[in-house]
Design a protein around this ligand. Sequence first.
Ligand SMILES: *[C@@H]1O[C@H](CO)[C@@H](O)[C@H](O)[C@H]1NC(C)=O
Ligand SMILES: *[C@@H]1O[C@H](CO)[C@@H](O)[C@H](O)[C@H]1NC(C)=O
Ligand SMILES: *[C@@H]1O[C@H](CO)[C@@H](O)[C@H](O)[C@H]1NC(C)=O
Length: 370
Amino acid sequence: MGFPSFPNSCFLLILLCLVNISTICSTEPLKQEAVLFGGNFPALYVIGDSLVDAGNNNNLETSVKSNYPPYGSDFEGGKATGRFSNGKTIADYIAMYYGLPLVPAYMGLSEEQKNNISTGINYASASCGILLNTGKIAGKCLPLSVQVDLFQETIEKNLKTKFKNPSELSEHLAQSLFMIAIGANDYAFIFRVNPNFNATEYADKLLQDYLIQIERLHTLGAKKFFINNVKPLGCYPNMIVTSEPRGSCKEPLNLAIGLFNTKLRNSLSQMKQKFTDTAFLYSDYYNFMLGLRGGTSSNQAGSSPLNSTAPCCPEVYDGAPTTTCSPSSIACKEPDTHIFFDPYHPTQLANYKYSIACFNERSICHVVNN
Ligand SMILES: *[C@@H]1O[C@H](CO)[C@@H](O)[C@H](O)[C@H]1NC(C)=O
Ligand SMILES: *[C@@H]1O[C@H](CO)[C@@H](O)[C@H](O)[C@H]1NC(C)=O
Ligand SMILES: *[C@@H]1O[C@H](CO)[C@@H](O)[C@H](O)[C@H]1NC(C)=O
């Protein structure tokens, strides 16, 4: 699969059409444009954590929710949907890029709606991760393997109703895009419990469980994967606020995550050889976020005066465990001046910038060929 270039202006135009002025732009003529990974996906299925949760945690017994203002202030209708940002997530922008509707959260759907949807479902759950126990301390959430269980249930109970013909169903699954963005919470929790954890051992343990679930999805019929690597957690506001000197990144944590990401990328090459009918798009979200922050990567935020250290909400952040973006928090007036909306999550602007970079820069997103 090659990567034909896709002009910036064209991509911007598509996004503008979809975001603001859908009435005066038709996306039809652009369908023939070459897009990364072929495009023309009938559906986007999303698996992951709070980076891409579209509201699943709203319906779970947990305090890790975001279905209240100031979250969602820049989302459609200013609605706090349970997305952990002021607006759209990276999963939203990816859906839009491929001309698909925003993917609804599984936990918020009625059985009737599940039976009727064939453009994708989102199973992502904030605070959870790859390991079953990750996030448990914060309440209920859906670990990776449970998300895959739910997807399996979607096939058995709903998609088999929607696609009466088995070959149509397998065609649908084989053509659909499966986005996976998970693992950051596994690192957040191990770092809290034991900051001196063995990075090699831990990465191998996570990867083993991660690959089992990718293989499960493959067995269920998934063939096209969008794999987002783990963010540079050591540079996030909740981490740097307790660093010495204050504001510096926690390098050992970033190194541990970097090790996992390298192993993940290598495993995809191996998996590609094992399952020749499978395609992987690898997304280097880690280096994108480092670059946006103004780190070592060449992908600088340019001259734009973005605040890359403090969250927008709460506007005054001391790093205390009780200081989060709560319903009573005062948020900054312009989230677009920040990379981070709350101490753990990016603003819509950062998510938008990621999507532009992913689809235009092969250093951020590339199809795994070897
Ligand atoms: C089923 O989906 C179609 C198109 O996606 C929509 O117009 C319709 O309202 C849905 N029906 C139900 C019962 O959700
Ligand atoms: C980490 O674990 C690996 C594999 O068990 C081991 O070979 C290595 O010595 C350990 N590293 C440290 C610093 O303990
Ligand atoms: C970032 O925002 C915080 C809080 O609003 C503020 O205290 C800090 O000075 C800002 N940093 C920069 C570099 O603008």
